[in-house]
Ligand binder design. Structure first.
Ligand SMILES: O=c1ccn([C@@H]2O[C@H](COP(=O)(O)OP(=O)(O)O[C@H]3O[C@H](CO)[C@@H](O)[C@H](O)[C@H]3O)[C@@H](O)[C@H]2O)c(=O)[nH]1
Ligand SMILES: [Mn+2]
Length: 758
């Protein structure tokens, strides 16, 4: 049962337990459900074998609904790979070797825009990373500022100064909540038992709290000055056109560092890569690749923790936990990264937008961890530098020209790839200025020209979902990964709290994934099976195709049966027909399995209702538009974009999210299809009812029960949309203009659709 059994000499650093009960339940359910699907397929297909003249129902709608059912079934089938062998890992950090034997870690934090990503929050992430429970001389924190903003540089210096008081305070009083903002916000319990009542502690706490307030004040002042300059039309730093800047914060500490030998601080480095309008910067992947090169000059640690700027460390122990996997001799050699889940500090208990990605982190990742490990999710992972860059032994006599073609012209950088390379930056004052100069060259925008950075080396920028695509490639090369999901949340970020952002975000993901799905080169259908196990290939096929599968099938379910209901064409068997129970079984079985998974992972019935609803909404809006976008990009008619999500929230908006009220202040291009679908369903549902009650034109109402119920279910599940359209009058309800436009579209669909289909 345990994959890393204890060797005779030492107890294991980590255990991997298969969740047997879940495995049995999942497999039995999958068997039952697939039998029902086979019946469904035979029912649909048999119609097509009837002679055309005997068919009472037009063929086109039948084919379309059959296609929708097939697509959704395929998606269900692919999803079973995640449920085949779920595992949970346990780690034993107390069994790690002593501190002097631990490997060094570089922390990479990316930020891109101080307007959308407030400096105080970014600095909280930086400070919490510096406070990780790890030997400080082996911890190096890099903040990469893609915006090249003076505000961020100033904030970094302030963060460094504040950290000099904060780190010793955390250490002395054993403070687990090492992110100052959260610690002082008072929501957190004081988790340092013995000290909580001592007066020394109280005095220290007060002192440090004042320092924190001053720190925030100084950052706010700079932001204020910046705003004034902008308002006066003055020039500020240009986020798209600036030279590279690298500043090592240790320089600012020397006096104090020497005077107080005890306060050892991790290195903090500010990096802003060069950006020019003439060069594509490849978004976050480009940003991370610059950090890979710059950090190689300075610390070149064998392990790297990647963090989004809003993901602070909520517990200082994650580094040691990750090392339990990376140093476990049973898995270490092929282990590329250890992924922690994304968790969020501002989640509402209603979470109407499923901002928690519950199913991914509570079900799917445990499932793929039982295969060969989860994909990366952009943040919260400890990755081995070697997995991204490779490494070689000196005697291997590799061709230098060959290496330069991959890694670019820097000899200094290529030296760092050697297994016996020893970084000299920190120990040797003389070499450090030369290395810093080299680092600036490595951060220039043209450094990657004519190299394979982003294509074969580092974080890959084939699509904006750099995380999934990079891990896909790593796993194709044979690397494995591990998933750690401890009880205490290790990292906490800010989730999106309004429908508009959620849809833009979903659309970006859908576009990136579909780009992989339809790429002739990397389509997982062809690319994955020869390179990985069957089940793991299934998970990658699912990941790339879900936007297409969901959007096509849900558009089908949302309008085809309705158009037919409107025109009195039955698409489902009569209630008395045994095949009716097959349809009913599939419907109930999938909903019930979903509910079961939610309940056993700590969710509630409300979670289930919310998740079903946002899934439907996203499928017909953002997933559809994102997939379409990918096709347009392929035809050269569009361009990928990665605008950082907004992490500044407006109070009213947060209140609505916390209360579980939909905020429909979203782009019209998303709202119109959604409202149109709802209107089509209302029209056909009412039309269908009226016909049944007043006209006997159906002959037999029992033939229409399936369609009427489907429309009823869609309307009930999406009552929030109806409410937003017809009942609510507040600022965040659906604008009248959207409703009007949607009326036009729904009339068009009903009339044109009826002509074509029936
Ligand atoms: O040109 C860019 C754009 C973004 N970022 C940074 O990338 C991170 C993620 O951006 P965000 O806007 O928060 O995107 P999300 O959609 O929340 O990101 C999710 O999806 C991304 C794409 O798959 C992953 O990279 C992220 O880790 C994952 O949290 C942030 O720290 C940004 O500052 C850059 O460094 N450069
Ligand atoms: Mn984010």
């Amino acid at each position: 049962m345990a994959s890393s059994s204890s060797s005779s000499s030492s107890p294991p650093l980590h255990l991997c337990n298969v969740n047997k009960l879940a495995m049995i339940i999942n497999r039995s359910h999958a068997l039952l459900h697939s039998i029902a699907i086979v019946f469904l397929i035979s029912y649909r297909a048999s119609f097509l074998f009837q002679e055309t003249k005997n068919r009472t129902i037009p063929t086109l709608p039948w084919l379309l609904i059959f296609a929708s059912e097939l697509l959704l079934s395929v998606s269900w089938l692919l999803g079973q790979a995640y449920r085949w062998r779920p595992v949970t890992r346990t780690v034993f950090p107390e069994r790690l070797p002593s501190d002097d034997k631990l490997p060094a870690i570089d922390v990479f934090i990316c930020t891109a825009d101080p307007d959308r990503e407030p400096t105080v929050d970014v600095m909280n992430t930086v400070i919490s990373a510096m406070a990780l429970d790890y030997p400080p001389e082996k911890l190096h924190v890099y903040l990469s500022d893609d915006g090249g903003s003076d505000r961020t540089l100033h904030g970094t210096k302030e963060a460094w100064k504040f950290a000099k008081s904060w780190l010793p305070f955390c250490k002395r009083f054993d403070i687990k909540t090492s992110c100052p903002e959260v610690y002082f916000s008072g929501f957190e319990d004081y988790d340092h038992g013995n000290f909580s009542k001592s007066s020394v502690f109280e005095a220290e706490r007060q002192k440090i709290k004042e320092k924190y307030e001053k720190f925030k004040e100084r950052i706010r002042k700079v932001a204020e000055e910046h705003r004034k300059v902008v308002e006066a039309g003055g020039a500020t730093s240009n986020s798209r056109d600036h030279p590279s800047t690298i500043q090592v914060m240790q320089e600012y500490s020397n006096e104090e560092f020497e005077e107080n030998g005890e306060v050892k601080m991790p290195l903090l480095v500010y990096v802003a890569r060069e950006k020019r309008p003439s060069h594509h910067h490849n978004f976050k992947a480009g940003n991370l690749n610059v950090l890979l090169r710059v950090s190689a000059m300075i610390s070149n640690s064998p392990y790297i923790l990647v963090l989004d700027c809003d993901m602070y460390c909520n517990d200082p122990t994650s580094a040691r936990q990750a090392m339990c996997c990376h140093l476990d001799p049973h898995i270490a050699s092929s282990l590329a990264y250890v992924q922690f889940p994304q968790t969020f500090r501002n989640l509402s208990k209603h979470d109407i937008y499923d901002s928690a990605y519950r199913s991914i982190f509570k079900i799917q990742f445990h499932g793929v961890d039982g295969l060969r490990g989860p994909g990366m999710c952009g943040t919260n992972f400890y990755i081995k530098r070697e997995a991204l860059l490779g490494s070689f032994k000196q005697e291997a006599g590799l061709d230098l020209m060959e290496l330069k073609r991959s890694f670019g012209p820097s000899n200094e950088f290529i030296k760092t790839l050697r297994q016996d390379y020893k970084p000299s930056f920190i120990t040797d004052g003389k070499s450090s200025s030369i290395l810093l100069e080299e680092a600036k060259i490595l951060a220039s925008c043209s450094y990657e020209d004519q190299t394979t950075w982003g294509i074969n080396v580092g974080f890959l920028h084939f699509c904006v979902m750099e995380d999934i695509f990079t891990s896909f490639q790593l796993q194709c090369k044979g690397w494995k990964s591990a998933y750690l999901n401890p009880v205490r949340q290790q990292f906490l970020g800010t989730c999106t709290t309004n429908l508009g952002e959620v849809l833009i975000h979903g659309s970006r993901a859908a576009s990136g994934l579909t780009q992989v799905a339809i790429s002739p080169q990397f389509c997982p259908l062809i690319y994955a099976p020869p390179r990985m196990s069957f089940l793991q290939s299934m998970t990658y096929i699912d990941m790339a195709f879900w936007p297409l599968l969901y959007s096509l099938s849900l558009w089908g379910f949302a309008i085809i049966p309705q158009l037919c209901l409107f025109n009195a064409i039955p698409l489902y068997p009569e209630v008395s027909d045994p095949y009716f129970s097959i349809f009913l079984f599939i419907f109930i079985s999938s909903l019930a399995k979903n509910l079961y998974e939610i309940l056993i992972t700590g969710g509630e019935i409300r979670t289930w209702i919310n998740e079903r609803r946002i899934w439907m909404i996203q499928s017909v809006t953002s997933f559809a538009s994102g997939s379409l976008d990918a096709f347009l990009n392929m035809l050269g008619l569009g361009e990928a974009s990665f605008l950082p999500t907004n992490k500044v929230s407006d109070d009213e908006e947060v209140k609505r999210y916390q209360m579980g009220i939909f905020d429909f202040q979203a782009p019209t291009m998303f709202l119109v299809p959604l409202v149109t679908i709802i209107l089509v369903n209302i029209a056909s549902f009412l039309g269908g009812l009226v016909r049944i009650m007043f006209m006997d034109s159906f002959g037999d109402w029992r033939k229409m029960v399936g369609q009427i119920s489907l429309s009823f279910y869609i309307l009930m599940a999406n009552y929030a949309v109806i409410e937003g359209m017809a009942i609510r009058k507040d600022k965040a309800s659906i604008p009248k203009s959207v409703t009007l436009l949607s009326v036009v579209f729904s009339v068009l669909i009903l009339s044109v659709g009826s002509v074509i289909l029936c």
